[in-house]
Design a protein around this ligand. Structure first.
Ligand SMILES: [Zn+2]
Length: 488
């Protein structure tokens, strides 16, 4: 593709997104609209997320399980608020082979009801708790709106954790600790800064007492929800009879939580870090953190390739996945662009000169189109062979930190506060991120802003910058400090 016709993130982010997920081999479209195949490159990132998150789950004594895909209609409809929230999106199995089923079976849109059917059996006494079950699985929600791979689709993959506790206080602590884990994962693994907080009551999970969430700001000024953690209280336990004998042999209903995040965070990863040249994957989660491109003439080929293999082996000893690009048909320039497009954080160039000088040439993923006038980025560094095992991990750490710092600065730029309606209107009109302000607690105020501006309340942040006397909409006394933004 010529430079002139290049699809760029700065030019059209939505078009760029669709282009790059296919070009960088993250996903492809299914014959069923709204569904995708997650290709090996994306699946490997998802696996790294599994590994990281499983360690956090284990620390909190959460066990991995696998519950059934199909949920009988009667079970799904047991909790009224819950089914009301999902009914429009449920896909049903009505036939088995050629037989009409006597009861329709839902393909899980989420697993509360099927899991809680079992929890009622597992829990008899206070000694059976806390009970904490997680599953990594796919779910199906019949989205009617336009879908976007990873961000919004009918089928997606996720982790959902469900816990039961003997006291409300313990359940509340679980909700909080789960959300903290999500913050940790987003910031320390994905290098995406997030804002933790609570959802307004009218936007909570169907059937929950309250919903907490983390939100991340994308470069187009829209907020993306990266994970949620709900206090379910006793709504479900009363419906499903998840009850226990307490220490005084009195019957009590369990206090429950559920929390999860989905492959949507892969969409967040692509949007947050990519640039005009393609993906940028933080080293800790990169399927390929280092790509070696040998550059040789016919007479130097053997020496260059054998050196490249040696360097690969020494880096693999450090648990780094390294590829050597030995494609004979492609030029080095083509290969450089290819690995840049896939977001490989570090490229190593090895040629005749490097063989001669006992060194390698390391090049960071070019960020020219992201940060203008920064000559350090994309520059070449000559590293003596003897220092490779020390220097490469150090460079990868630096890149990881730089990516987070860059995203953090971007978030700060996109976080404004407004005390007057005029100020609010001008910030929201620009559509350039979050606007922190006061809210009276009335859903109608949120609705009105949504109708007029497409922005809405995304979060009641845990750590607001200010307190506000009045609701931004009609000036009633403010009850909560909220963040307005357009959202995905
Ligand atoms: Zn209001």
């Amino acid at each position: 593709m010529s430079k002139k016709n290049k699809i760029t993130k700065t030019g059209n982010m939505s078009q760029w997104y669709s282009y790059i997920i296919q070009q960088a081999e993250m996903a492809d479209y299914s014959p069923v609209g709204g569904c995708i195949v997650m290709l090996p490159y994306a699946t490997k990132i998802w696996e790294y997320i599994h590994q990281y998150h499983n360690i956090n789950l284990k620390k909190r004594s959460v066990e991995n399980t696998n519950y059934p895909l199909l949920i009988p209609q009667s079970l799904l409809e047991k909790e009224q608020e819950h089914i009301a929230g999902f009914s429009a999106e449920v896909a049903w199995v009505t036939k088995g082979g050629n037989e009409e089923l006597s009861e329709k079976l839902a393909i899980r849109p989420t697993s509360e009801t099927i899991m809680y059917h079992f929890f009622a059996k597992f829990i008899q006494s206070y000694t059976d708790m806390p009970l904490k079950h997680n599953q990594w699985c796919n779910v199906l929600r019949w989205e009617q709106t336009v879908t976007k791979p990873f961000i919004r689709g009918k089928e997606f993959w996720w982790t959902e954790t469900h816990t039961c506790h003997a006291s409300k206080k313990e359940a509340q602590t679980e909700v909080k600790e789960a959300l903290n884990d999500y913050v940790d994962m987003c910031e320390n693994l994905l290098a995406i800064p997030v804002i933790p907080g609570k959802k307004p009551d009218h936007d909570k999970f169907p059937g929950a007492d309250y919903t907490t969430a983390i939100e991340a700001m994308m470069p187009d000024g829209k907020s993306l929800q990266m994970g949620t953690s709900h206090l379910l209280g006793q709504h479900f336990s009363k419906m499903f009879d998840i009850a226990f004998q307490d220490k005084n042999e009195k019957k009590q209903f369990a206090y429950q939580t559920s929390y999860g995040f989905s492959t949507r965070i892969l969409g967040g990863l692509i949007l947050a870090h990519g640039d005009d040249d393609g993906l940028i994957i933080p080293p800790k989660i990169a399927p390929i953190p280092v790509a070696i491109v040998p550059v040789y003439k016919t007479e130097s080929k053997n020496k260059v390739v054998s050196k490249a293999k040696k360097i690969k082996e020494s880096l693999e000893k450090l648990n780094l996945d390294v590829v050597i690009d030995l494609d004979e048909d492609k030029s080095p320039g083509y290969k450089f662009s290819k690995w840049e497009q896939k977001g490989v954080p570090l490229r190593i160039e090895i040629g005749g000169q490097e063989v001669e000088n006992n060194s390698i040439c390391a090049v960071r993923r070019n960020w020219k189109t992201r940060i203008k006038n920064n000559p350090d980025l994309g520059k070449k560094e000559i590293i003596p062979d003897k220092d490779v095992e020390k220097q490469i991990p150090k460079m990868l750490d630096e890149i990881q930190n730089e990516l987070f710092d860059f995203a953090k600065k971007d978030l700060e730029k996109r976080y404004s506060i407004a005390k007057t309606r005029e100020g609010f209107d001008s910030i929201i009109k620009e559509g350039n991120g979050y606007c922190e302000t006061g809210w009276c607690g009335d859903e109608k105020c949120d609705e009105e802003i949504k109708e007029k501006t497409a922005a809405r309340i995304v979060l009641i942040p845990n750590n607001p910058k200010q307190k506000y006397a009045k609701c931004i909409v009609y000036g009633k006394p403010s009850k909560e400090t909220v963040l307005f933004s357009r959202k995905y």
